[in-house]
Design a binder for this molecule. Structure first.
Ligand SMILES: *[C@@H]1O[C@H](CO)[C@@H](O)[C@H](O)[C@H]1NC(C)=O
Ligand SMILES: *[C@@H]1O[C@H](CO)[C@@H](O)[C@H](O)[C@H]1NC(C)=O
Ligand SMILES: *[C@@H]1O[C@H](CO)[C@@H](O)[C@H](O)[C@H]1NC(C)=O
Ligand SMILES: *[C@@H]1O[C@H](CO)[C@@H](O)[C@H](O)[C@H]1NC(C)=O
Ligand SMILES: *[C@@H]1O[C@H](CO)[C@@H](O)[C@H](O)[C@H]1NC(C)=O
Length: 703
C-alpha cells in the first residue's frame, strides 16, 4: 500500500520527468500502439530519493514477472484501457513523423496516446439533460412562413396530468448585450403561431397551479430586410449571368459558408477525444490542415485573425473592444458577406465568456441578422441549469452547446436555397479539460450526417475548426501539451460541384494539408470564397492587414514558409524542435529572472499604470525545465532561442516563455506573450484585462 500512495501522489504532481520506464501493456493497447508506430513508453515522474527509485524498478519487475497486481487499476494505468483508445485511421504526415517538413519549418506529428497525456484523459458518456422529452416543439410552417409552437401530444402523456394543463410563452427581447426583457406570458392551447418578431421564446406550463415545465426555443423567423437583400442580390446575379442560368440553378447560386467552431480542440485532441468525428471527417473527403498554427494565446486574438485579419494589437486599435460601440464599427467578415447579399448568423454558448464579451463590451446592435445571444442569456437565467467545470452545461432539455447546434441546423435549413454566412461556436463541452468533449463525439457525427441529409453540403463550404488546443492544466507542462495547444484542429468541406469546376482548389487543399498555415490564411480563404460569388473581386476585399504574406488556402501555400513570414511569433511557432538543457545553469537562471522582471514591468505599466498598485510583484521561484531551439538556418549566429517553464511566487504560477537571447549584447526579447500553464481563477479578479490577468496576483482577493 505504501507504494500505491507514493505512486499516486507522484502521478498527480507535476514534477519534472527524469525517468522513463518501459512497460508492456495489454494486447489491445499494444495493437493500437504497433499500428501507430508508437513506442510503448510509460513515463514515470522523478522522485528524488533513490530508495523510491528502487521501488519503482521493483514494481516494474514485479509487473513483468508475476503479472499485473490488482491495485494497478488504481494507478490509472487503466486510463490506457481500450475504452480510452479508439484508433483513427488517417494519413496526416508529410514525411515520417512530420506534419510539415521543409527547411523553413518542421512540425512534429504528436502521438495522441502518449501516457503523459492519457493519464489525464478519460472518455466520457453523453447523458441527456432530462428524462422526459420536451413537452413543446417549434416548427417553421412553409405555407404561413411563420413558426408554430405546439404541445407535443405524445410527450404530454408522460407528464403528470392534473385537471388542466396551462401553457404560455414569453418572447425574449434584447435590451443590450447583457440584459434581456420578456413580453407578458401569452397563453395558448394545443398550438399557436408565433409572431415574426420572436427570435427566442420561453415556454412555461402549469398543472393544478404547479409549474411542471419550463423550456426555451430559438427560431429563425422571416425578416423582411433579409428577404429583400437576398432577392436583390439573386436578381442581380441572374441579370449578370444570363448565359449561365436556367440550366442548373443550384450550381450558379453562390456558395454559402458554414463555420463550426469548437473552443480549445487541438488536432490531436480531436483524434483522441472525438475519434468518430475525426474518422468521419477523414473518411468523407474533408480537407485537413495539419500544419494550422495559432497566432496568439487565447480565443479572442485567434478569432479576430480569422474574422478581421488583425492581430491583437491592431484589433484593439481598429475595433476598440473595450469601448461601447467599438466592435460595431469593426469590419468583420460577416459584414462583408452581408454587404454582398448574404444572410448572416452568429451563435456562441456560455454567454459570460463569449468571445466578444468576456472582459469586452460586445455589440450595441446585433452583429448579424440572426444572433443567439439574447435567447441564450434568457435560457441561462430561466431554464433548469447545471454547471460543469464552471460553465453552463444543461439548459432545460438540452446542453448549452446543443442549443447552438440546433440553431445552426435550423438556420442552414431555413436558408438552404439562399446564400448565407453562419458562424457557430461552442465553449461548453471543450473549454476546461481534454476529456469532456468526448461525450459529444457521437452527437457530432450525427450532427454532420444531418447536415448532409438536409442538403447543406451541396452548396456550402463548411469549416470545422478550433482556435487553439487546451491552454492550461496538467497536460500543458508536457511537450505534447505544448504542441497541441498551438495546433488547433481544422477541416474544410467543399461541395462536389465546386471540386469538379475547380480541381485546382482540391489540389491546393491537398498540398496545404502539410504546409504551415494560419488563421490569417483562413481569413483570406473566406474572402476568396465570397469573391467566387462573382459579386466582388478578391483583390478589392483587401489583404489580411496583419499578415501581408498570408494567402487564400484555395491556392498552394509555399513550402518554404517560416513562422516569421506569416506573423507567428517564436513563442507560438511549432516549426522547430527544442532540446532539453540544464535548468540550473547560470545563463538559464539569468534568463528566468529577466522574464519575471519583464512580467512585473508589463503589469506595472499596463494601461498607463492603472493596475500597478493592485497586483503583487512576482519573483522567480524555480525553473522547472529549459529547452534550446535546435539551431536552424533562420537564426543568426549570435542569437539563441530558449523556452523556459518556470514557477513564480507568491502565486505559485506556472509559466512558459520563449526568449531570444543575443549573446553579443546580452539583450533578451520575450516573443509572443508568456503563457500561463495553471489555472488562476480567484487570484486575479482585480485585473480586468486578459493580457495582464495571467500575471497578476491581486493584493485583495475575492473569496
Ligand atoms: C445594459 O442595460 C442595463 C440596463 O439598462 C445597463 O445597466 C447596462 O450597463 C447595460 N449593459 C451594456 C453592456 O450596455
Ligand atoms: C420590459 O417589458 C415590459 C413589458 O413586459 C415593459 O413594460 C418594459 O418597458 C420593458 N423594459 C424595457 C427596459 O424595455
Ligand atoms: C429548397 O429547394 C428544394 C428543391 O427545390 C425544396 O425541396 C426545398 O423545400 C427548399 N427548401 C427551402 C427551405 O426552401
Ligand atoms: C497614457 O498616458 C499618455 C501620456 O500621459 C497618454 O497620451 C495616453 O493617452 C494614455 N493612454 C491610456 C490608454 O490611458
Ligand atoms: C546582437 O547584438 C549585437 C550588438 O548590439 C548586434 O550588432 C547584433 O545585430 C544583434 N543580433 C541580432 C540578430 O539582433
Amino acid at each position: 500500500m505504501a507504494e500505491k500512495r507514493l505512486l499516486l501522489e507522484r502521478a498527480d504532481s507535476p514534477e519534472a520527468e527524469k525517468l522513463e520506464v518501459h512497460m508492456t501493456r495489454r494486447k489491445s493497447i499494444l495493437q493500437v500502439i504497433q499500428h501507430r508506430h508508437l513506442s510503448a513508453s510509460c513515463r514515470v515522474f522523478a522522485l528524488r530519493r533513490k530508495s523510491v527509485l528502487a521501488l519503482v524498478v521493483a514494481f516494474v519487475f514485479f509487473y513483468f514477472l508475476i503479472g499485473r497486481p490488482d491495485w494497478v487499476n488504481v494507478l490509472d494505468l487503466d486510463a490506457l484501457h481500450a475504452d480510452n483508445f479508439l484508433p483513427v485511421h488517417h494519413q496526416s504526415t508529410a514525411v515520417d513523423g512530420f506534419l510539415v517538413y521543409s527547411n523553413s519549418c518542421r512540425i512534429q506529428e504528436v502521438d495522441p496516446y502518449k501516457p503523459e497525456v492519457m493519464r489525464h484523459f478519460k472518455r466520457m458518456k453523453y447523458t441527456p439533460c432530462q428524462k422526459l422529452p420536451p413537452l413543446t416543439q417549434v416548427k417553421f410552417d412553409e405555407k404561413s412562413q411563420k413558426y408554430n409552437l405546439r404541445i407535443d401530444g405524445e410527450a404530454s402523456t408522460k407528464y403528470p396530468k392534473g385537471h388542466q394543463l396551462h401553457c404560455c410563452y414569453m418572447v425574449v427581447e434584447r435590451i443590450n448585450e447583457s440584459e434581456v426583457n420578456y413580453t407578458k406570458c401569452h397563453v395558448f392551447k394545443g398550438s399557436t403561431e408565433l409572431p415574426n418578431s420572436a427570435e427566442g421564446i420561453i415556454v412555461k406550463c402549469t398543472s393544478n397551479n404547479v409549474q411542471i415545465y419550463i423550456n426555451g426555443h430559438a427560431t429563425v423567423p422571416v425578416k423582411e430586410a433579409v428577404q429583400q437583400r437576398l432577392q436583390a442580390a439573386s436578381e442581380k446575379d441572374t441579370q449578370e449571368n444570363v448565359v449561365d442560368t436556367g440550366k442548373e440553378d443550384a450550381k450558379t447560386r453562390p456558395l454559402s459558408v458554414l463555420m463550426l467552431g469548437i473552443d480549445s480542440i487541438s488536432r490531436v485532441n480531436l483524434i483522441r477525444a472525438m475519434p468518430k468525428t475525426a474518422q468521419y471527417l477523414y473518411d468523407n473527403d474533408w480537407f485537413e490542415l495539419a500544419g494550422y498554427n495559432k497566432v496568439d494565446d487565447n480565443t479572442f486574438p485567434n478569432i479576430m485573425a480569422v474574422t478581421t485579419g488583425y492581430n491583437l494589437g491592431n484589433a484593439h486599435k481598429a475595433c476598440s473592444p473595450l469601448k461601447v460601440g467599438g466592435l460595431d464599427k469593426c469590419r468583420f467578415i460577416w459584414k462583408l458577406y452581408q454587404e454582398h447579399g448574404y444572410v448572416t448568423a452568429y451563435a456562441e454558448d456560455a454567454v459570460k465568456i463569449n468571445t466578444f464579451n468576456y472582459l469586452k463590451k460586445g455589440f450595441v446592435h446585433p452583429p448579424t441578422d440572426y444572433y443567439l445571444r439574447p435567447y441564450l442569456t434568457a435560457a441561462e437565467k430561466l431554464l433548469d441549469r447545471t454547471v460543469v467545470m464552471g460553465l453552463p452545461h444543461c439548459l432545460g432539455y438540452e446542453t448549452a452547446a446543443e442549443h447552438v447546434y440546433d440553431y445552426a441546423m435550423e438556420f442552414t435549413r431555413r436558408y438552404l436555397n439562399d446564400t448565407y454566412f453562419g458562424f457557430f461556436w461552442t465553449n461548453t463541452h471543450s473549454h476546461s479539460d481534454i476529456s469532456q468533449t468526448s461525450s459529444m463525439d457521437d452527437y457530432m457525427v450525427e450532427f454532420l450526417q444531418k447536415l448532409v441529409l438536409q442538403g447543406t453540403m451541396e452548396n456550402s463550404i463548411v469549416v470545422f475548426f478550433s482556435d487553439h488546443g487546451l491552454r492550461f492544466g496538467p497536460t500543458r507542462v508536457t511537450w505534447s501539451g505544448h504542441l497541441e495547444e498551438r495546433l488547433p484542429a481544422i477541416f474544410f468541406w467543399l461541395p462536389e460541384h465546386l471540386r469538379k469546376s475547380h480541381p485546382e482548389f482540391v489540389q491546393a487543399l491537398q498540398v496545404n494539408k502539410n504546409r504551415l498555415t494560419t488563421p490569417y490564411d483562413l481569413h483570406l480563404t473566406i474572402k476568396h470564397i465570397l469573391s467566387l460569388s462573382g459579386r466582388v473581386d478578391y483583390e478589392s476585399l483587401g489583404p489580411a492587414p496583419d499578415c501581408p504574406q498570408c494567402q487564400t488556402l484555395l491556392r498552394p501555400v509555399p513550402l518554404q514558409r517560416s513562422c516569421s513570414d506569416v506573423s507567428i511569433a517564436d513563442h507560438w511557432c511549432t516549426c522547430w524542435a527544442y532540446e532539453s538543457v540544464s535548468s540550473s545553469s547560470q545563463e538559464i537562471r539569468k534568463l528566468g529572472k529577466r522574464v519575471v522582471t519583464y512580467l512585473n514591468t508589463f503589469v506595472a505599466e499596463f494601461r498607463n499604470g492603472t493596475y500597478a498598485k493592485l497586483c503583487v510583484p512576482l519573483s522567480l521561484h524555480k525553473i522547472r525545465s529549459a529547452f534550446r531551439a535546435h539551431p536552424n538556418a533562420l537564426d543568426p549566429e549570435d542569437v539563441k532561442t530558449y523556452r523556459l517553464i518556470f514557477v513564480t511566487l507568491p502565486n505559485n504560477g506556472w509559466y512558459e516563455a520563449t526568449v531570444r537571447h543575443n549573446r553579443t549584447d546580452e539583450s533578451v526579447v520575450v516573443t509572443g506573450s508568456v503563457s500561463r500553464l495553471n489555472v488562476y481563477s480567484g487570484e486575479s479578479e482585480c485585473m480586468k484585462d486578459f493580457a495582464a490577468k495571467k500575471y497578476c496576483y491581486c493584493r485583495q482577493k475575492k473569496g
